[in-house]
Design a protein around this ligand. Sequence first.
Ligand code: UD1
Ligand code: CA
Length: 433
Amino acid sequence: MNISIAIMAAGFGTRMKSKIPKVLHKISGYEMLYHTIKEAQKISDDIHVILYHQSDLVQKHMNKYFDDLNYIIQDYNNFPGTGGAIRGINAKNKKLLVLNGDMPLLEEKDMLLFANESAKVVMSSFTCEDSSGYGRVIIDSNNNVEKIVEEKDATNEEKKVKDVNAGVYLFDSDFLKNNLPKLTNNNKQKEYYITDLIKIAKEQNITVKAIKVDEEIFMGVNSKYHLSIAEVIMQNRIKKRFMEDGVIMRLPSSIYIEANVQISGESVIENGVSLLGDTKILDSIIKTNSVVENSIIENSNIGPMARIRPDSHISYTHIGNFVEVKKSTLKGVKAGHLSYLGDCSIDEGTNIGCGTITCNYDGKAKYKTIIGKNVFIGSDTQLVAPVTIEDDVIIASGTTVTKNVKKGSLAINREPLKIIDNFFYKFFGKNNG
Ligand code: UD1
Ligand code: CA
């Protein structure tokens, strides 16, 4: 599509009361700015991100995901404000869509609402009960937009207006080129306001098209309270999409699923589950209060209260309560209770007894544990890595395995059990009976 997009993200975000720049605060696992850029890329290949406050840090975060963005550092000292933000943009296309970096809920469809407009100047507004903090939209007697007045500059009469500026605009590049230099900072905040372009358009008899938008989606995140509201809205969207695709969710409001998780097939996600990062769930049941991060789960059941840490691939497997798995491949395995399985691969038909621990770390480096097919590992076993257990092995309960074990063997390292008659009575000085 022939449209350029500018995302304003240079502001200080003072109302967030945080050392972290506003646009780096996360919703559903990803920075607010990431969500906006990801959606913007669906309709434009000419995206300009305007930065100033902690710009290196913001760029560093965005470089994790994107490599084709134009970063513009706002000349904040000379031109502060949203009008100053868009000064340095050299848009490739005739139309420039201007978005705020603090609106993480906008999707492609909301952007398209603007992109398809032909008017030279398009703005957005919604009507709300509590308009405080927003710019008020002043309508003239012909029912056209006359101007936008910021709250700090508004008269008491203007403050009562409930139509507010939603903060998204579409401009003809020519209009911007001719009129950006005309902006002044003649206002309470001594800033250059993008909103003054509306008044300038009106003075030039250019009709300003105003699009009515949904407050819930266009709400700007200005505080951590707003962040929590936006989070709930995004979570509801994510979960609704999966449920419509056939996933069962028990008490969905208690489940947290990050934006890039994939769930497919006949899967069940029970209450209290967290699915994080690039997790993929296929035809599996994730039971109450389990956490799965950056892992693949196929045809398996996990939990309750299991923790699957990054880079695990679990298939045709049963993982029970209080089992932690990290960077491991489990295929056709049963690990029912209380185990740590880290840096290992475990093959089909193997049973991991309660209390099994892969000792993968010696204080300096991490080592691998390889367990073959049909292995029976007794309860309370320590596997000191690096170690390989071949197929068809039995490890006796309570064994500390420090050597590789060959196919078909039993590994056992037990002290003979001593039983001393009547020791209890001697020790406590009591008589038997
Ligand atoms: C702005 C609008 C207001 C509107 C509201 C909608 C102006 C003057 N006011 O107010 O009419 O109702 O959004 O949410 O535009 N930014 C920069 N450079 C700057 C200042 C801000 O890039 O010098 C960026 C911020 O990072 C942010 C966006 O612009 O992403 C909006 O800034 P913010 O300070 O939140 O504006 P509001 O006061 O909310
Ligand atoms: Ca804002």
